[in-house]
Design a protein around this ligand. Sequence first.
Ligand SMILES: C[S@@+](CC[C@H](N)C(=O)[O-])C[C@H]1O[C@@H](n2cnc3c(N)ncnc32)[C@H](O)[C@@H]1O
Length: 399
Amino acid sequence: MSSIDPHKRRHTRVACAEHVVPYLRAEVEGLGHEIQSEDKVSVSIGATLVEALRLTLHLRTAQQVYWQLDKTRCTSLKMLEKWARSYPWEDLIPNDAYLSISSNVAHPSVTNTMYPNLLLKDAIVDRIKERTGERPDSGPDRSGVVIQLVWKGDRAWIYLNVNGTRLSDRGYRKLPHQAPMSEALSSAVLMGMGYDGTQALVNPMCGSGTLAIEAALMMAGRAPGLQRNDASVLHTMLELDDEYLEMRREARKSKPPIAEPMPIIASDHDPAAIDAARRNAKTAGVDHLIEFELCDFRDTPIPPIHDGEHGHVIFNPEYGIRLGETDELRQVYRDIGFFFKDRCRGYTGHVFTGSKSLSTQVRLRASSRLPFNNGNIPCRLLSYELYAEHPDGAGQSAD
Ligand SMILES: C[S@@+](CC[C@H](N)C(=O)[O-])C[C@H]1O[C@@H](n2cnc3c(N)ncnc32)[C@H](O)[C@@H]1O
């Protein structure tokens, strides 16, 4: 019987990429939690470990959920070591477990951040060896128990990383194709567009299909974490297996936001991309909701929008940093603008790009420009209202 109670409410930090906090906040609140604080890359709530584990199943835009085990005042590596050795690790981590440590350290006494990692790992395995006679194995792999150290100024915190691997890695993308957007970023971009699973979605240049698949998961009301069937906390001594099974059973009762699905169309001119996207969608269990088209983006079919319905067209074109030559891409962006004007009346058009100069080639007035990071590349989501009644079928030209 562990001295650590998984049903006790503790400080819980839900982390995401920069610029994603507004969407994460909405998701966490939508799941019934009250936000206690937030910073640029996380929101904090009070949650039991069971509630924290449930979040890992349902959150679309989060990267990690951390459940706080302990905190202390800490001004030196010596203090850190003493504190780490005083924690009852033998009540949390079985001596035959596999342990991994990650850290986020900003302290003047630390020049190599590997050092506090190593110090914490040694403190944990030594204490478990002293108490039980055996020591857990350890390494970089996040398939077992994952402990996170945060040390900033004179404060330090130890968290249990609830899932271990990144929540963005849903498990459906076996075939990434070229320059894919992460699953969590794709969901955040969809939310930034105002997409909520009730509208039509067209995604020309779909690549490995991440945007269309995340949209289909929303439309199906499917919990994004259902593809995984493991979590770091299940490797601890806290005996959450039955609760995990129950929350998965509950999550499987999908709750689609609309009774009749709206069309989702994903197209690309590369047969390998369409093949990857189709297979990824099948693995995610949403291939029946997506129509795949092998074609140039200019030929992508646009389903008619009826009264009271709404639709989005989202492009994530190459932008010259990771792929392609900027000069060759100018015409592509110009043609995206023509495609919006000529073919997408009544829809909202969106371009997600890391190139400001290329985005000006679309030559339509953007109604919003939301910042995101794709990896470490600053990007913008530009949105265009393509009014049905406008003579040009689009917002005013920007030039
Ligand atoms: C940046 S990738 C899209 C990545 C995608 N968001 C994902 O998550 O995998 C751009 C895609 O545009 C496609 N593409 C480029 N030019 C195209 C064109 N003229 N017509 C259709 N697809 C095109 C490429 O084949 C590539 O798959």
